[in-house]
Design a protein around this ligand. Structure first.
Ligand SMILES: Cc1ncc(COP(=O)(O)O)c(C=O)c1O
Length: 406
């Protein structure tokens, strides 16, 4: 566990702002997922879009994880880290033909979610194995932007198109080895997760898909971001229920299939902290604003999804609480990590930790206003290691200027 004292000493060593990851917690959450499901043939495919830091990928690689990748570069990075092609599933949407050929060379299994791509893939690679991604029409997830089934989403094959799909499969002699759904991210209601799984399984008829090897139920395991408003989810109960349903399915199908999940958030979210230092305190007519050395391009979830991230005052945890806007250094009014949040008294130079920042934070980051992304440090077995060094403003300016050369 990373303590306040660790955060202070690591920040003194590497500076602020800084992404800090607890590698031991990542492994604990990853292993916990296996323990939820009393099913022998299980695979946890880490959704690396949540955080592609190579030290995190290496930790998971060394612990026999599998990968869900969504772009050619994700596939290539996972392979560089040591994941063999067989340990990857490629779930891109709206891919170009060039990308399809590029990734096919990497030897990974494609997970296809549109009739158009299925046709093009079949024409290009007849006789190959594929996985089919379906839209189960079960809508769940923390907010509309991360719900990935139903009438409003671009994802997945439409179940009622099954006859068209079967014709394409037949035309190109494609072998369907897996069925897939990703219902959404941050699913609080496990019943919805189960309904989506059951709907997907209802598509798994032996006469339609005689060569199935696995069913992939996607990601979406819920993570608590606000310690003052915890939703307890009994994932052991969920795991038992789903395994029973899966067992019945496999009996009917006549073969013990592999059960797969693709969690991102659950594995890495809680392990991450964005450390930022307050440099400017302002009282805008009774509204206290703490200005920090980070900003929304470095952690976009509050601005993009109105997401809550808990914020700790590491330097003054016992200070008298006041309400603050925690603002960044970007030229936008919406550049706020929290609005009127009650936090122990903040003084200039205090170190804040923006919590639960391991998933979709660094990986969704950018350099708007030409602020370099923070460095990243991982702690494993009590030892800190820099996994991505700080880029100075002059290096960033130089990099951008050098584009003139190309
Ligand atoms: C296809 C797919 N699988 C898995 C995930 C991981 O979801 P989560 O991080 O909520 O577990 C996502 C997230 O967007 C996804 O699109």
């Amino acid at each position: 566990m990373i303590t306040n004292r660790d955060i202070i000493s690591i920040t003194e060593k590497y500076g602020s702002p800084l992404y800090l990851y607890d590698g031991d917690l990542i492994l604990e959450k990853y292993r916990e997922l296996y323990s939820f499901f009393p099913w022998r043939k299980m695979k946890i495919m880490y959704a690396m879009k949540a955080n592609y830091n190579p030290a995190i990928l290496t930790l998971l690689e060394q612990n026999n994880a599998y990968i869900d990748a969504v772009s050619p570069a994700e596939v290539m990075l996972a392979k560089k880290v040591g994941f063999s092609s067989e340990r990857l599933l490629y779930t891109a949407n709206n891919m170009t033909d060039d990308e399809m050929y590029e990734v096919k060379k990497e030897g990974v299994l494609f997970n296809i979610g549109s009739n158009s791509r299925l046709e093009k893939y079949g024409r290009a690679f007849p006789g190959s194995e594929i996985c089919l991604r379906f839209n189960t029409d079960i809508v769940a997830g923390a907010n509309e932007k991360i719900q990935t089934a139903g009438a409003l989403t671009k994802f997945g094959l439409i179940m009622s198109d099954i006859n068209v799909i079967k014709k394409i499969l037949k035309r190109y002699n494609l072998k369907v080895v897996g069925l897939h759904v990703h219902t959404g991210s941050g699913i609080k209601n496990t019943q919805k997760f189960i309904e989506s799984a059951e709907t997907l399984l209802s598509m798994g008829k032996r006469e339609d898909f005689p060569e199935l090897e696995f069913i992939d139920f996607g990601g979406g395991f819920y993570v608590n971001y606000n310690p003052d408003n915890i939703t307890k989810i009994d994932y052991y109960d969920f795991g038992r229920k789903l395994s029973d349903i899966f067992s019945d399915f496999c009996k009917n199908y006549g073969k013990e299939l592999e059960m797969r999940f693709e969690p991102g958030k659950y594995i890495v979210a809680e392990a991450g902290h964005l450390i930022t230092q307050v440099n400017t305190l302002k009282n805008n007519r009774n509204r206290l604003i703490a200005g920090t050395d980070s900003g929304f391009p470095q952690l976009i979830r509050p601005t993009m999804y109105d997401a809550y991230h808990h914020i700790l005052n590491i330097s003054n945890p016992d200070g008298e609480p006041h309400h603050y806007d925690i603002a960044g250094n970007i030229c936008e009014t919406g550049d706020c990590f929290a609005v009127q949040r009650k936090i122990p008294e903040i003084r200039e130079n205090d170190i804040l930790s923006i919590e639960t920042a391991g998933a979709y934070c660094y990986s969704m980051g950018g350099i708007y206003n030409l602020r370099p992304m923070p460095p990243e440090v991982i702690v494993v077995n009590g030892k800190d290691k820099l996994t991505n060094k700080r880029i100075s403003s002059s290096e960033l300016a130089e990099n951008i200027y050098n584009r003139l050369e190309n």
